[in-house]
Design a protein around this ligand. Sequence first.
Ligand code: GTP
Ligand code: MG
Length: 138
Amino acid sequence: TERTLVLVKPDGVRRGLSGEILRRIEAKGYVLAAVELRTATPELLAQHYAEHQGKPFYEPLVEFMLSGPILAVVAEGQGAVAGFRSLAGATDPTAAAPGTIRGDLGRDWGLKVQQNLVHGSDSQESAAREIGLWFPGV
Ligand code: GTP
Ligand code: MG
């Protein structure tokens, strides 16, 4: 079955939304194949966000992702990659539709767009690569 990597980013863990986000993933019918609370490292994030290196938001994004623990999740099920992106909603929580994680749960207002609660792999290739980074051995 298809797998995707979901991260509950530090803002989501800090705000106590981990359970709500896992609930939505399970309610949709995906199986939680792995769940682990982890603190990222600069090395891991450099690989995870390789495509964004050099962009203006890269440094603040990494700093934010190092600001607290992250809940790393492998979710499994038919169409899980696109399906979780659809559950998450648009990147900017101010624009994300109601009914989505980012649309319903918002962010720490006044802070930046990177505080958007979750990450979801954007393709099956990205998912395989990212699962290898966050869960070596799964
Ligand atoms: P992810 O699932 O987290 O990868 O989100 P995404 O695929 O919707 O966004 P993308 O991969 O383009 O960007 C990765 C992350 O960088 C986003 O989730 C945001 O946290 C952050 N980000 C993206 N664009 C911007 C931006 O223009 N400004 C800032 N400050 N952060 C951004
Ligand atoms: Mg992305």
